[in-house]
Design a binder for this molecule. Structure first.
Ligand SMILES: CC/C=C\C/C=C\C/C=C\C/C=C\CC/C=C/C(=O)SCCNC(=O)CCNC(=O)[C@H](O)C(C)(C)COP(=O)(O)OP(=O)(O)OC[C@H]1O[C@@H](n2cnc3c(N)ncnc32)[C@H](O)[C@@H]1OP(=O)(O)O
Ligand code: FAD
Length: 616
């Protein structure tokens, strides 16, 4: 599987090169890489072994290395002359980066770093492509000078000979084993023993070690985390894509499959005529659209921030970090749960490999873990919200994506309930700010009672993650509302198209309202009649969107090869394709399976003989 994946990945990487040249000659725009990676990823159901090379290795060399280091290593990596990965996570640590055990000791006598993974738990473990594909890596280690820890640093390390691909002396490298999915990615392990690299193999754009061993600290230590921020932005887009693929499959199947008359004596309808089926499928279509728009926004913000960081302007880093965390978590959670809901909406056939929904789930699900485990990132955002609430209390302005927090903090009560879109959006934001205030009271009380910040974060963790989740909902719903209601190109849309978009906004806001009704009722008084009115509107907007469901998913424009699903094929010949796939199964090559003579027949005969004996 790994070699097939590498073959496909190389073919797609060549396509990526032509995309890059067509869309952005010589540029470093992310979109061709994004498209290329999506194409590669979608065309290789077992995952793309070059993904981390494309997304992290090349980018770290460009953003963390000096111009000279880019010339030496980055250009060859961009040109796929060398293939690398990003080796940060260890067998013993993934989340807690300050606990990483791999070390780099500076030897001023030879102007080299001596790299070691001192214990088994220090082995790098998980990096994509590390097992067999890569001959280089970015090796993340704790930097030591005269045995004094200086923090994390990144090193360009060659792990295999470029001609023979043999592991180099001092390198212990291999595959970590079968996974739930992505088994074409050859995630690997790496141990280094007294492995020496020249001083100039440490990426030194932001921090330096001088020949005499003097250390020049980075102006902003967090800039070394920047490669992860990019991938979190990527995950937001990639996972909204996975959800869109699954929604396309389930929608097409739901207008082919007929089951259970709605009226006695009537013919069996398409299953998408059942209201409960509409509630399983249509909200997922809308969620895919909502996150694709949010991810595009985030990507633009990433590009702007990356250019600023390149100019040593780090001012936008904190906001990008917060948004990248919140969107990575929200899209990976919602896409993973949404794909499983869509699989279930396809009944038994949804469980067949020929439907491909299981594989799309297996591709989407690990994003809840990699690039920052989701609940850890929610806690990270919770901490940032605490900091920003202190700013609100001090009357200071907040970053643009948190401006609503200041506005809501000035409201003494929630205005008269109208049920309008603005009202629904404000209700979600108001509940978020109420949750932030409560979390802050708990967190601050703990800090005031002499608990350390880290301990206070831990013991306030449930309220911090709730506040973070609602902040994510507020940001995503607010972005969608702006794009539908206040977009500058709204006038270019046909009235019919605008109506479909507004129906999607109506559905998204009502769905989020009902999902967080408990959180909202904690801070806002809403009557039973007002809630029942929203229930009616939910049923109504599902009915309104039902005729557009296929057209919206067709507009995602996934061809049959990308969907790779007998349930979601464009021509709708589901049963013929399911049967065709079944007949291809190896067990159908013979009428009598080999196990009959070897196992089944003796087993049945032994039981028959025993039955006869027991009658005698
Ligand atoms: C294989 C896939 C195939 C197909 C799919 C194709 C495409 C799909 C897209 C992507 C998938 C492709 C590849 C994925 C491969 C996966 C790679 C990895 O997983 S790489 C390893 C990822 N690891 C992590 O993310 C580690 C998580 N941990 C952390 O980030 C930090 O430890 C944590 C943030 C939790 C804590 O940071 P720490 O410095 O220890 O402490 P603290 O929280 O106090 O923060 C201090 C200070 O720094 C600020 N900060 C923290 N992080 C960042 C950041 N990233 N950027 C900017 N600022 C940051 C933090 O806010 C705080 O600031 P203040 O001091 O409070 O001001
Ligand atoms: C498919 C895949 C590809 C990957 N590719 C790469 C790669 O290319 N390069 C790379 O370096 N890494 C890679 N990783 C590793 C990934 O980054 C880590 O798995 C991830 O960062 C989580 O760390 P961990 O596995 O150590 O989990 P842990 O951090 O041990 O998490 C286990 C549990 O502990 C909880 N926990 C941990 N810390 C805290 C805390 N402070 N507060 C509360 N709860 C906490 C977590 O929430 C989680 O529930 C990959 C992983 C996967 C699954």
């Amino acid at each position: 599987m790994a070699s097939m994946s590498v073959k496909h990945a190389i073919a797609a990487a060549k396509k990526l090169r032509s995309l890059q040249e067509r869309f952005n000659p010589g540029g470093s725009d992310i979109y061709p890489a994004l498209m290329g990676d999506e194409a590669i990823t979608a065309l290789i159901p077992s995952g793309n072994p070059l993904s981390v090379h494309i997304l992290m290795f090349t980018r770290a060399l460009r953003e963390q290395g000096t111009d000279e280091q880019y010339e030496k290593f980055g250009r060859r990596a961009d040109n796929n002359e060398i293939i690398g990965t990003f080796a940060q996570t260890e067998l013993g640590h993934g989340t807690y980066l300050r606990g990483l055990e791999a070390r780099a000791d500076y030897d001023r006598g030879t102007e080299e770093f001596v790299l070691n993974t001192p214990k088994l738990s220090s082995y790098k473990w998980w990096p994509g492509g590390l097992g067999q594909t890569c001959n280089y890596c970015i090796f993340v280690a704790q930097l030591y000078i005269d045995n004094e820890a200086k923090g994390m640093a990144m090193f360009v390390v060659q792990i295999r000979d470029e001609e023979t691909h043999m592991p180099l002396p001092g390198v212990h490298v291999g595959e970590i084993g079968k996974k739930m999915g992505l088994n074409g990615v050859n995630n690997g392990f790496l141990g280094l023993k007294d492995y020496r690299v020249p001083r100039l193999n440490m990426l030194m754009r932001h921090q330096q070690v001088l020949p005499d061993g003097r250390f020049v600290k980075s102006p902003v230590s967090q800039v070394s985390y920047f490669p992860m921020v990019f991938v979190r932005c990527m995950v937001a887009r990639q996972n909204s894509n996975y959800l869109a693929q699954a929604a396309t499959i389930a929608t097409r199947y739901s207008v082919i499959r007929r089951q259970s008359p709605i009226e006695e004596g009537q013919p069996e309808p398409k299953i998408l005529e059942h209201l409960t089926q509409q509630m399983k499928v249509i909200p997922e279509i809308v969620t895919a659209v909502v996150y694709r728009l949010a991810a595009a926004n985030l990507q633009n913000m990433y590009n702007e921030t990356a250019e600023a960081v390149y100019r040593k302007d780090f001012s936008r880093l904190p906001e990008l970090h917060a948004l990248a965390c919140i969107l990575k978590v929200a899209t990976s959670y919602d896409s993973t749960y949404g794909i499983e809901r869509l699989r279930q909406a396809c009944g038994g056939h949804g469980y067949l490999t020929a439907g491909n929904l299981g594989n799309i789930f297996a591709m989407a699900a690990p994003a809840c873990t990699y690039e920052g485990e989701n609940s850890v990132l929610y806690l990270q955002v919770g901490k940032i919200l605490m900091k920003n609430w202190s700013q609100v209390l001090a009357g200071r302005e907040l970053m643009p994506s948190m401006a609503y927090i200041s506005e809501c903090s000035k409201m003494t009560s929630f205005p008269q309930w109208t049920g309008s879109w603005e009202c629904l959006l404000k209700a979600i934001q108001y509940a978020c700010v109420g949750s932030i205030r409560l979390a802050f009271q708990s967190y601050n009380a703990r800090v005031q009672s002499a608990q350390s910040q880290t301990a206070a974060v831990n013991y306030s963790g449930l309220e911090l993650t709730k506040a973070a989740e609602l902040h994510g909902r507020s940001y995503v719903a607010g972005n969608f509302y702006q794009q539908i209601v206040n977009s500058p190109n709204k006038h270019q849309r046909s009235p019919q198209f605008q109506k479909v978009l507004e129906n999607m906004l109506e559905l998204h806001l009502i769905q989020i309202f009902f999902r967080h009704l408990g959180d909202i009722l904690r801070f806002i008084r809403i009557t039973e009649d007002e809630i029942s009115a929203l229930q009616r509107r939910l049923e109504e907007v599902l009915k309104e969107l039902r005729p557009d469901a296929v057209a919206i998913t067709d507009a995602f424009d996934f061809n049959d090869k990308i969907l790779s699903s007998a349930l979601g094929c464009y021509d709708g010949n589901v049963y013929e394709r399911l049967f065709e796939a079944a007949l291809k199964h190896p067990l159908n090559r013979k009428s009598v399976p080999d196990f009959f003579e070897a196992h089944l027949k003796p087993f049945m005969k032994e039981n028959a003989d025993n039955a006869k004996k027991s009658k005698l």
